[in-house]
Design a protein around this ligand. Structure first.
Ligand SMILES: *Cc1c(COP(=O)(O)O)cnc(C)c1O
Length: 354
């Protein structure tokens, strides 16, 4: 079976050997306050800093999922009023859940072919001045939108925190870390391992906000997480196997610049294919290619065409991503994660050309 589902998706094949290793070496049974765990966590954080080019003053935390990270932002970082800008199902859900926690939180929807920065520039200075945290989605997995995140272009006050959901791009493209204060993701997308681990990356400015608010009434308080991180521990028993897999992958995979280049080259193969093939009637849901997410493609067509292509996949043990939310019936999605090789792409392309 080959999965092009946009998460959970194909895992790196070398993961199997690493799981075996973890079992044989007893890693799967270690306590998260033991010296062995501390060494593992320290090394993993260091490797990720280097391999993903994360600024050295940003801190990394392991949690359970990206969804959990949405809530952590609301419970530890939003002071009074957050603003959520979205054009798809994940951004909308994030706003929805935060509104249950932060009474003044609000959301604004923008168009599928609109750039986030241009949309943000139209927001009134009066509203902007009230916002302490802005929540954005870099990788809108539901519709295949990929946004450029640029602090200055967004034009919010200097003390406003920028939190970004990069769930289906972290580990697959080079992210502009310094352009935001919080980055969050899950491991079953671009990181190429089984689900059950979330990654939260915070800037010094985000930590300062957490200290200022001093919210410690949730077990997932960033302050508690930071206290533990300093000891190379975690605030609760984490997915140690997941951390081990990330550790081993971070030792063996190329730096993010190279992965980024590969992702773009594979995306170019897909763009060329979908613009020239004649077997199916599909267009990119996102018309402007500069607004497309390189790690998840969303293709739009008649629902019968969608069913037909999903069926071709099924018949050949290839999982394609169904449409999501509003686009459930007339789109399908293809993950272009680092675990997907050029060979995998050609396997699928050959099938679709018959
Ligand atoms: C998959 C996804 C999530 C949710 O991830 P979980 O691991 O289920 O918490 C959130 N945001 C985006 C953009 C996603 O693609």
């Amino acid at each position: 079976m080959l999965s092009f589902y946009p998460g959970p998706s194909k895992v790196y094949p070398q993961t199997l050997g690493f799981i075996q290793e973890a079992y044989e070496q007893g890693i799967v049974s270690i306590n998260h306050r033991s010296a062995r765990f501390e060494k593992l966590l320290k090394e993993t954080l260091e490797n990720l800093h280097v391999k993903w080019a994360i600024p050295s003053d940003y801190t990394i935390y392991f949690i359970s999922s990206a969804t959990e990270a949405w809530e952590i932002v609301a419970q530890s970082l939003i002071e009074k009023q957050s603003l959520h800008l979205y054009n798809g199902a994940f951004g909308k859900k994030w706003g929805h859940y935060v509104e249950q926690i932060i009474p003044l939180a609000s959301s604004l929807e923008f168009g599928l072919n609109e750039s986030l920065s241009e949309f943000a520039q139209q927001i009134s200075p009066d509203l902007k001045s009230k916002i302490d945290t802005i929540c954005l989605v870099q990788s809108e997995t539901s519709n295949g939108t990929g946004q450029v995140i640029n602090r200055q272009a967004l034009g919010f006050p200097d003390d406003c925190l920028i939190a970004v959901d990069a769930t289906s791009s972290m580990g697959g493209i080079l992210l502009p870390w310094a352009e935001a204060d919080v980055w969050l993701a899950s491991c079953q997308k671009c990181m190429g391992i089984p689900a059950g681990l979330g990654v939260l990356v915070c800037s010094p400015k985000a930590l300062k906000r957490a200290e200022k608010l001093s919210k410690k009434d949730h077990y997932n308080s960033i302050l508690l997480m930071e206290q533990n991180r300093k000891l190379f521990q975690t605030h609760y028993t984490p997915n140690v196997l997941g951390i081990y897999l990330l550790n081993r992958l971070s030792q063996t995979l190329p730096p993010i610049e190279e992965i980024h280049k590969n992702t773009m080259e594979k995306m170019a193969i897909w763009e060329d294919f979908w613009t020239h093939q004649s077997q199916f009637e599909f267009d990119f849901l996102i018309e402007k290619n500069e607004l497309r997410l390189a790690t998840v493609l969303a293709l739009k067509g008649q629902s019968a065409e969608v069913s037909r292509i999903l069926h071709v996949g099924e018949q050949n043990q290839i999982d394609l991503g169904k449409g999501y939310g509003t686009w459930k019936n007339n789109t399908f999605r293809i993950a272009n994660f680092p675990s997907h090789t050029v060979e995998d792409i050609h396997t699928l392309i050959q099938l679709l050309q018959v």
